[in-house]
Ligand binder design. Sequence first.
Ligand code: 6PG
Length: 471
Amino acid sequence: SKAHFGLIGLGVMGENLILNAERNGFSSVVYNRTYAKTEAFLAGRGSGKQIIGATSLQDFVNKLERPRRILMMIKAGQPIDDTINAISLYLEEGDLLIDGGNSLYTDTERRVIELEQKRFGYIGMGISGGAKGALEGPSMMPGGTRQAYEDVKDLLYKMAAQVEDGPCVAYIGPRGAGHFVKTVHNGIEYGIEQILAEAYDLMKRVDGMNGEQMAKILDAWNETEELSSYLVEITSACLKTKDPGDGSDLVEKIVDKAGQKGTGLWTVISALEMGVPVPTIYASLNGRVMSSMKDERTLGESIFGGPIVLPFDIGNPSNNMQPLEDACVLACMASYAQGLALLVEASRLHEYNLNMSSIAQIWKGGCIIRSRLLKRIQDAYTSNPSLTNLVFDPWFTKQINKRLPGLASVVAGASKAGIPTPCFSATLDYINSYRTSRLPQNLVQAMRDCFGAHTYERIDQKGNFHTEWIQ
Ligand code: 6PG
């Protein structure tokens, strides 16, 4: 009999996803460009399972029941187009392809349209949770051909992480919606990672805490509704880990340059294009770029002199490092708020018809940004589906009012101490801008009108005005 599900690309993610599918009762056929890899998998992790191999794409397609359900776990970009072109020759109407990588959503938009014209189904599916998630239950964000989704729904439901109100997968929307949502998920991920790095930097440099002491704080934070999350949990694990060589904190041995593969950048580019402010996420991206300029920073420190750290109050273990906790809570909330606001705008522009509370639901388990806060976010959008920004949900409003002084004092202290806190600072500006009904951009308008006759509107009269500012 033929296999239910097919996988192209036996990398770690591909292997783990197919083992996940098999464990859930779905037989599979796997194909890899180099057959040796397929053989090795079938003799190793894939042995004794309902998994068979294929020697060519044609062989692969022949071994699948119809409609053929094919998951591609290969490098984003050209390899996806090449694979689509090669396999299309053997596909028949109604067969479907899923791209489970981190593809640029505009590429997915194009592919969905092209493949649907050929009467194939195409799904761009964000998958989050890393290697472990892929095996045990990831969070999945499929978008594209609706019928194709219906044809793989039973499989995805079983493979996904399960939370109290169901599996962490749902149809996201048409065309590139799934990959766009995954991209923004990653933007939020960048934000939270940088926020926790800033908290670590302050605890280390202002209070001289060591890995063990910091991990204890993270563990305490992980018990709270506001901060309990996967990223806080793994941060504690990272801080606790010792270098087997000399028993000192291993993180201190790691070069302070952060890499990136594209999704954070795409989030920021999309936000700028769509006119949605995402300053906390942008600050995290910028933080990575600054970090990578190690040589220039080293030169800078020798020229300007490193900061002389003036101590200030970041709290103490008995109060969970409040106000630092306040700063972390608000900055994490801001990352979610900005990412979700971007999704709301993208949904309007691209007619994705995104269901915001469903997106929060599928992020509650399996994915890298899973957190208890997402339940509050889900509730916020359930009670008000047209919420423009999380900051206006009553529960979040209360959090902001309660924690703003803490955030402000951390940013103030860090600035005086000369310690960069890009995400905390950006978050403070974001919130302060949000609570200022009159910003100084009236003057920007005046300048634009002065040098370029761009005109301006008045608060007291209707119409467009121009003034000869220079007599
Ligand atoms: C996930 C992750 C993962 C992603 C990297 C990207 O949700 O499992 O987002 O899909 O590839 O984390 O991050 P970098 O750009 O930092 O490499």
